[in-house]
Ligand binder design. Sequence first.
Ligand code: PEP
Length: 255
Amino acid sequence: MEQEALKGNYEVITMKKLIAGNWKMNGTIEAAIELAESIENGLEKKPELQEKCDVLVCPPLLHLLPVSGSIEKIALGAQDCSQNDNGAFTGDVSTAMLKDIGAGYVILGHSERRQYHNETDELVAQKATKANEAGLITIICVGETESEREAGKEQDIVGAQLAASMPEGCTPENTVIAYEPVWAIGTGKTATAEDVAVMHAFIREKVGEGIRILYGGSMKPANAAELLATPNVDGGLIGGASLKAEDFLGIAQAA
Ligand code: PEP
């Protein structure tokens, strides 16, 4: 990281953008390997992309191992982990297991897990503690719903989520924050660059310098350049558009 300029009350640090694909629960092993290989080939052909950004893919759990065998330039992440150590926790996957298969990152507190699995901020913090202890970098997701934004409560919501979801000992080395307005995920609606700038400045004040803050929510090649050029946007967490190598690489290109 190198210090570029002083803006506002705090230093703005330039760092490589993190372009992270959240593949969610999609595809087959064959399709996952094909997608990973297409992204690898794309990066191979355009070395400048790797100078500008770190590229990460987070396949479904069962696809992590096969994908790990076909990537070198791309980092590997999981979409969730257990808050417990190995043991009698049927159906769960420990951070040690994720480390063992070569994962470097884990997404935590995605709004879909908060919504469909009733994950709370406290649980996210417990998982993040375990993940950091195992040497995984966490991507902690926060974001308001549409009605919360309409009520003007977005900063209260995101501030509270950050305070309760980030465990002790978060550093730029072990933590990434993803701001994902829930109403923008998978809907085609994107927050305006202005709204993103305001929220990311707010998050920056809360988390301090150095921690990467990603934007997520219907990012695609057509809107990526503007979003990724917004102050305090250090990369993107990308769902739908990460399932097509061309679109995902187009976003990396925009960075
Ligand atoms: C996500 O689920 O993290 C996400 C940002 O999805 P999409 O890009 O499809 O909105």
